[in-house]
Design a protein around this ligand. Structure first.
Ligand code: BGC
Length: 248
């Protein structure tokens, strides 16, 4: 079964056709820079272009870096504030035409994909997926089922928030080495561990490509598994969500 998955991020909008039986992308992944300002209509137009360029007229799953409840975006931390209150079905249908569309949080999509296709350690029990990018995204999964819309990147931490302390954007902005940054991530993960006690952490986002440079430095007691789908988990999870009708 095939669906088009789109992952909307703070810096790029990426999409590909995904075979949800295998979790593999079956077309080349295309990426377009996130428009500035990243208003709903400007971003939806980019999504339309990705879908149209692929010649795709079937189902489309879309991630957004926002809380999505009853298919209404309720937050906008790293995207234009105009997203808050946007009825996302209406928005994307206006740009993509009438078809089945599912919209969900980016980290939630990544978590769904990782527990389905990634490291089997995370498939059972309580797993916490964390994505490190512009922000820190989180997804809580129990036996593969999602508790949607957790926003653990916004946990108040020290004098700031977890994501303003330890996202990979902060690593870049402050030119932290892997060991300096891993020490921050470790502190944040200890806080998450104290509060939620997951069995397994899955760590993703673009920076999971370099997992060997920082995951071994973490000292939380849990298994920490790098995302196997790397930065593609959002695309794959979006496609999975529209096929399985997972719509927060
Ligand atoms: C947003 C989340 C998102 C995360 C990763 C956070 O700033 O609030 O909804 O999952 O960034 O993109």
């Amino acid at each position: 079964m095939l669906a088009f998955g789109v992952d909307i991020g703070g810096s790029g909008v990426k999409g590909a056709v995904v075979d949800v039986t295998t979790g593999q992308q079956v077309t080349e992944r295309k990426k377009i820079a996130t428009p500035r300002p990243s208003t709903p209509d400007a971003v939806a137009e980019v999504v339309r272009k990705l879908v149209e360029d692929a010649g795709w007229d079937g189902l489309v799953g879309i991630t957004v870096p926002s809380v999505v409840r009853n298919q209404i975006a309720l937050s906008a931390a790293n995207i234009d504030p105009a997203w808050i209150g946007t009825e996302v079905q209406e928005l994307f249908r206006r740009h993509l035409g009438s078809r089945d569309i599912a919209v969900l949080n980016d980290a939630d999509a990544a978590g769904l994909a990782e527990v389905r296709y990634g490291d089997p350690t995370a498939r059972t029990g309580a797993a916490m997926m964390l994505t490190f990018g512009t922000g820190i995204g989180s997804a809580l999964l129990i036996d593969g089922e999602l508790y949607p819309n957790t926003e653990l990147g916004h946990l108040p931490f020290k004098t700031t928030t977890a994501e303003r302390y330890a996202s990979s954007k902060v690593k870049e902005a402050e030119q932290l080495s892997y060991s300096q940054w891993a020490a921050r991530v470790d502190e944040v993960m200890h806080a998450y561990s104290d509060l939620f006690n997951p069995q397994t952490f899955i760590v993703g986002g673009g920076i999971s490509r370099d997992a060997d440079a920082w995951v071994p430095l973490l000292t939380v007691e849990q298994d920490v598994v790098p995302a196997q789908l790397r930065n593609e988990a959002g695309i794959v999870g979006a496609a999975l969500a529209v096929i399985e009708n997972t719509m927060p």
